[in-house]
Design a binder for this molecule. Structure first.
Ligand code: MN
Length: 202
């Protein structure tokens, strides 16, 4: 786990995002889900481990419906300070667009029997490509799993899956229904601009 990739991709003179420094964490592990409208809209799902945020880009966003297996592309670790980042990443920078926190809270690593495990055991499961955890957020509650697709060693594809518990739903789940007004306004304005551009081309 290292923040060198995170730092390499960014010019901190030009983006308001925090520079990467790993730091010692409080006892409870945090999670954050950020709605990021970059070249494509996606949700960044981040779990704290060993002083950084493990990160996955989830194009369709998380779901509380266990039938939804949401593709989650593992990306570079982010600094813990990123958990509160919201705002605009200027054009020309990596991930240019708009970021809002969609959900945040704490989580507990668990085993197959839903018993709490140590961060060390959790890290070992991460390397095996299968982690399970209990989330305590505003939107995301209860048990989830992230399972790596075995498509070759270089592949970063995982699936984010809600486990069946009292927080699960069988109704269709769309994370956009729970997005902040500011997020939706940004996306609407951007889509309108694109619409205008299309209309003006002969
Ligand atoms: Mn992103």
């Amino acid at each position: 786990m290292s923040l060198s990739k995170y730092n390499q991709k960014r010019n901190f003179n030009d983006t308001p995002e925090p520079a990467g420094k790993a730091r010692k964490a409080d006892s409870k592990l945090i999670f954050v889900v950020q709605r990021h409208h970059a070249s494509h809209l996606h949700y960044d799902f981040r779990l704290e481990l060993n002083g950084v945020l493990l990160s996955w880009a989830v194009p369709k966003g998380p779901s509380l419906n266990p039938a939804d297996k949401r593709l989650a592309m593992m990306v570079e670790d982010h600094p813990l300070d990123y958990a509160t980042f919201e705002g605009d990443i200027p054009e020309g920078n990596y991930g240019a667009g708009h970021v809002d926190v969609w959900d945040h809270g704490t989580y507990e690593p668990v085993n197959e029997e839903s018993e709490t495990i140590t961060p060390k055991e959790f890290k070992s499961n991460l390397h095996k490509g299968s982690i399970k955890f209990r989330m305590k957020g505003k939107h995301l509650k209860g048990e989830f799993a992230l399972v790596k697709l075995k498509r070759g060693q270089e592949d970063n594809s995982w699936l984010l899956i809600k486990h069946r518990d009292k927080y699960a739903t069988d109704e269709p789940y769309n994370s956009e229904d729970y997005a902040k007004k500011s997020s939706l306004k940004y996306t609407e304005a951007r889509n309108n601009r694109r619409g205008l551009k299309k209309k003006s081309t002969p």
